[in-house]
Design a protein around this ligand. Structure first.
Ligand code: HEM
Ligand code: NAG
Ligand code: NAG
Ligand code: NAG
Length: 326
């Protein structure tokens, strides 16, 4: 084992450009091992997501939560046990949806090619296909990710950015994952679809600084409307609110337009307009044809999909996405 890796390192040094310890993702990784996999996945998504369009948001968010904790390795899907709290059990994951959908996709693929296609790749492909199914952008999803063996609740709480983050905290969260400010602005655009629970932002409505006040960076008419019609008490745990009101099922520029009207729902959304560079990036997106946002979003998603991926012989191909293979 040691000998092999020493030799490997030597070869790597010699062929310094062709790394042999880190194999990369590639487009069509399963073309030989499971030629129908990607078609089957897209077919399933195209059949089911249009009947339940709110799933697209849930499945897109799942990919983000997977990638930000231990890399895109499917660890977000692992079930907790009596003795072990997995990522799923962490606070930011309480509102994740779509686990059973991904389980169904996995069973379909397993029936065709057992033990070949990773859960991590299924999450990445389903996220893209779901967005396509609701009329959003297409992007390349190179595959070959392997599934991780570790999933810890404490890490999810630590690694995922919180909706209370300010600009500095967001910037450092993204940069710790190799993502820059452009990625931050563009990927936050995912909030053009989907919903949030009141608890993710109710401090902005009721008690921003602990003095029973409202967040001054939130449009006060919008805040009043949310208090009156949606989050009627500071402790509301059940009501959900559209993040891009008016077009929360459509992948469009609505989210950015709301940001410029001080109507971003989270402090982390509003924060993007507090920095000169990110604000001007937002203005530029809003003033460009939607294709520009689509293209940028796809590029940043592809980048996000490469965060700390496990390839080659690292990790495993899980049989059941909710449990590590025995
Ligand atoms: C920039 C930092 C981010 C923060 C702080 C953040 C935070 C949140 C929060 C708090 C919610 C609502 C959860 C709830 O209360 O139900 C949410 C929803 C969502 N997020 Fe983010 N998010 C961020 C970035 C992203 C990224 C990068 C993506 C995907 C590329 C994404 C996709 C989504 C989607 C699609 C939803 C709606 C989910 C649904 O409808 O079930 N978010 N986000
Ligand atoms: C994982 O947990 C979910 C929900 O808690 C449950 O429906 C599912 O059957 C579990 N999967 C396995 C393999 O234990
Ligand atoms: C507002 O926050 C402060 C400090 O955290 C707390 O003492 C107070 O009870 C809160 N008020 C409400 C209405 O939640
Ligand atoms: C989907 C999921 O597993 N959600 C869990 C998130 O964490 C809380 C506890 O913090 C659980 O009660 C949820 O079931």
């Amino acid at each position: 084992m040691r000998n092999v890796s020493v030799r490997c390192i030597l070869i790597c040094v010699v062929l310094s450009s062709l790394s042999c310890v880190r194999s990369d993702l590639e487009l069509g990784f399963y073309d030989k091992s499971c030629p129908t996999a990607e078609k089957m996945i897209f077919g399933y998504v195209k059949r089911h997501v249009p009947n339940a369009p709110s799933l697209a948001a849930a499945l897109l968010r799942m990919h983000f939560h997977d990638c930000f904790v231990r890399g895109c390795d499917g660890s977000v899907l692992i079930n907790s046990t009596r003795k072990h709290q997995a990522e799923k059990s962490a606070l930011p994951n309480q509102s994740l949806r779509g686990f059973d959908f991904l389980d169904r996709v996995k069973s379909l693929v397993e029936a065709e090619c057992p033990g070949v296609v990773s859960c991590a790749d299924i999450i990445a492909l389903v996220a893209r296909d779901s967005v396509v199914a609701i009329g959003g952008p297409y992007w390349n999803v190179p595959t070959g990710r392997r599934d991780g063996l570790i999933s810890r609740s404490s890490e999810a709480s630590k690694e995922l950015p919180a909706p209370t983050f300010d600009f500095t905290a967001l910037r450092s969260s993204f940069s710790s994952k190799g993502l820059n400010l452009k990625d931050l602005v563009v990927l936050s655009g995912a909030h053009t679809i989907g919903v949030s629970h009141c608890r993710s932002f109710s401090n902005r409505l009721y008690n921003f600084t602990g003095k029973g006040d409202e967040d001054p960076s939130l449009d006060s008419f919008y805040a009043a409307d949310l208090r009156k019609n949606k989050c009627k008490t500071p402790k509301d745990t059940t009501t959900i609110v559209e993040m891009d009101p008016g077009s929360f099922r459509t992948f469009d520029l609505g989210y950015y337009k709301h940001l410029l009207q001080r109507r971003g729902l989270f402090r982390s959304d509003a924060a993007l307009a507090t920095d000169a560079a990110t604000k001007s990036a937002i203005i530029q997106l809003v003033n460009s044809p939607m294709e520009v946002f689509f293209k940028e979003f796809g590029l940043s998603m592809e980048k996000m999909g490469r965060i700390e991926v496990k390839t080659g012989s690292a990790g495993e191909i899980r049989k059941n996405c909710a449990v590590i293979n025995v």
